[in-house]
Design a protein around this ligand. Structure first.
Ligand SMILES: Cc1ncc(C[n+]2csc(CCOP(=O)(O)OP(=O)(O)O)c2C)c(N)n1
Ligand SMILES: [Mg+2]
Length: 540
């Protein structure tokens, strides 16, 4: 059944967007996209605006990541689109179903030098699953509908359309294509059985579950597989919290022992990239479970690599009926390592030092955060500490920038998170360096009544760069920021509130005030610049 729609290009686009479950747009004003605003305004479709296009795309990405539905950013022609490219690229690396709609200079005088005239497609094509210029109003519903289906089809990712001025401003009519449900990709059963046998027969297996497990709604299937085969589970990205921290198979801190001694490492729904030593786990056999054949690693030869719907693959693992090795001793060994590391972490999180150590900030935050709080990391070392000390207890609550590692996601992700979950705590953990990329968008949050808590780890440096540079050269340049800068006053000036905390004992009451404030609130924590997150190399 198709529905007939008519109106200007903006109205036609919005009809298709609504049909696909898009529920809001993030944007920064530009005349080239006015018809989309007109359609939203006249039909009561929520529209949020920002102070830099990167925040619009990051907000759309947060919606896509958290709600597993398409997120929409509308960017004006030329500089609007180019300012959104880091966001699009992040969405591409994160497999986030984001749609960016761009304005575009008029086609009828293309090449004559119209305002903001440039061809966006060559720029966005490498970081999108699909990029297209839609030349007539009549064609817009088809193009929007097809683009969204592409974005939602595993392996998911961003898509881009732009509309020349005359296409979006002119009136047309078209059939509104009914959204086609994305059919699950059937995995090759032989490859699934091969993988299941390997895991079941292993003496010391480990599962590492990543973002696609959450994105693919495979959290329950992951748990079934882990429980049925008795395999310890570690997580990263949006996979964090997939097993609650108290689950007997949930591990976070025993990773070194686990990956060092495992004989089979099962990586599910995340690439074999630098975060996982490029898939090199010594003598261990690797099973790489991916949501689409395109995601199989080209640089390693896994022992098995089933590709397809993660729910189907993990459920098949759970149903495996062949021989199974007993993993009780292995699990016990990892639990001992986990408990020892946890005790060390607990001591660090209680540290009463002056200046404050980041660990203590997280010790206090663990008390202040509700189990369903959304936490967002935007920064260097300060966020690495967050990854270590904060343990999401539910999946879909932890937003990091992903493998592209782009600083500046903070306020955009915060906006997307607040819009997605109006009743939950939203807390951004920010380096002082990272704050410079997006803090002006506190103004957008204040104006649109979207309260969030921002905790800045203010060490006065680009810590994740300064420490390695000193280690490498014996000196550093371009790595200092103003010490003890009052980022809380920036937020106050923008209509929010905040305070600076210099003593560990003051953290708890400050966080209490922040979560009660009802406006964007920045807790500016002066942390120790000597504190460097222990890592082998940040270039690895
Ligand atoms: C857009 C972007 N620019 C530069 C970098 C390189 N970079 C990674 S971490 C980092 C330092 C971050 O400093 P800060 O936010 O203050 O956190 P800290 O490490 O001091 O805790 C930089 C510059 C990046 N990842 N993204
Ligand atoms: Mg810093």
């Amino acid at each position: 059944m198709t529905e007939r729609v008519e109106g200007h290009g903006g109205a036609l686009a919005l009809a298709a967007l609504r049909a696909h479950g898009v529920r809001e747009m993030f944007t920064l004003s530009g005349g080239h996209v006015f018809p989309l605003y007109d359609a939203a305004h006249t039909s009561g479709f929520p529209l949020y605006d920002v102070r830099h296009e990167q925040s619009a795309v990051f907000a759309a990405e947060a919606v896509a990541k958290l709600q597993r539905r398409p997120g929409l950013a509308v960017l004006t022609a030329g500089p609007g689109v180019t300012n959104g490219i880091s966001g699009l690229t992040s969405a591409f690396f994160n497999a986030s179903p984001v749609l960016v709609l761009g304005g575009r200079a008029p086609q009828f005088r293309w090449g004559s030098g119209s305002l903001q005239e440039m061809d966006h497609l060559p720029l966005v094509a490498p970081v999108t699953k699909h990029a297209e210029t839609v030349f007539t109003a009549d064609d817009i519903p088809r193009a929007v509908s097809a683009a969204l289906t592409t974005a939602l089809t595993p392996h998911r990712g961003p898509v881009f359309l732009d509309f020349p001025l005359e296409a979006i401003f002119s009136v047309g009519d078209a059939d509104l294509p009914a959204p086609t449900p994305v059919a699950p990709v059937e995995p090759d059963p032989d490859e699934v059985t091969k993988a299941a046998r390997l895991i079941a027969a292993a003496a010391r297996p480990v599962i590492i579950a990543g973002s696609d497990v959450y994105a693919g709604d495979a959290v329950a299937a992951l748990r079934e597989a882990a429980e049925a085969l008795q395999v310890p589970v570690f997580t990263n990205g949006m996979g964090r919290g997939a097993l609650p921290p108290e689950h007997p198979l949930a591990f976070a801190k025993a990773r070194r022992v686990a990956l060092g001694d495992a004989d089979v490492v099962v990586v599910v729904g995340t690439p074999l990239d630098f975060r996982l030593s490029f898939g090199d786990f010594g003598d261990a056999a690797v099973v790489h479970v991916v949501d689409a054949p395109t995601q199989r690693a080209g640089h390693v030869q896994p022992a098995a690599s089933p590709a397809g719907d993660l729910r189907l693959i993990l459920s098949a693992f759970a149903d495996h009926t062949g021989d199974r090795a007993d993993h009780a001793d292995w699990i016990e060994r990892l639990r001992t390592a986990e408990d020892a590391a946890r005790a060390r972490d607990a001591a660090e999180m209680a540290a009463d030092t002056d200046p404050i150590r980041p660990a203590r900030v997280y010790g206090e935050l663990r008390r202040a955060l509700a189990p369903d709080a959304i936490t967002i990391g935007d920064g260097g070392d300060f966020v690495s500490y967050a990854g270590r000390y904060l343990e999401p207890s539910q999946p879909g609550t932890w937003l990091d920038p992903g493998p592209y590692g782009c600083l500046g996601t903070g306020m955009g992700y915060a906006m997307g998170a607040r819009v997605s979950h109006p009743d939950r705590q939203v807390c951004v953990l920010m380096g002082d360096g990272a704050a410079g990329f997006s803090l002006m968008d506190v103004e957008s949050l204040v104006r649109q009544r979207l309260p969030v808590v921002i905790v800045v780890g203010n060490n006065g440096i680009w810590g994740l760069e300064k420490h390695p540079m000193r280690a490498m050269y014996g000196y550093d340049v371009a790595a200092d920021l103003q010490p003890e800068l009052r980022y809380d006053r920036v937020v106050e000036a923008l209509g929010g509130a905040g305070e600076t905390v210099a003593k560990a004992a003051d953290l708890r009451p400050a966080l209490g005030r922040a979560f009660d404030a009802g406006v964007p609130y920045l807790v500016n924590v002066l942390t120790d610049p000597a504190d460097a997150y222990p890592r082998s190399s940040n270039l690895a």
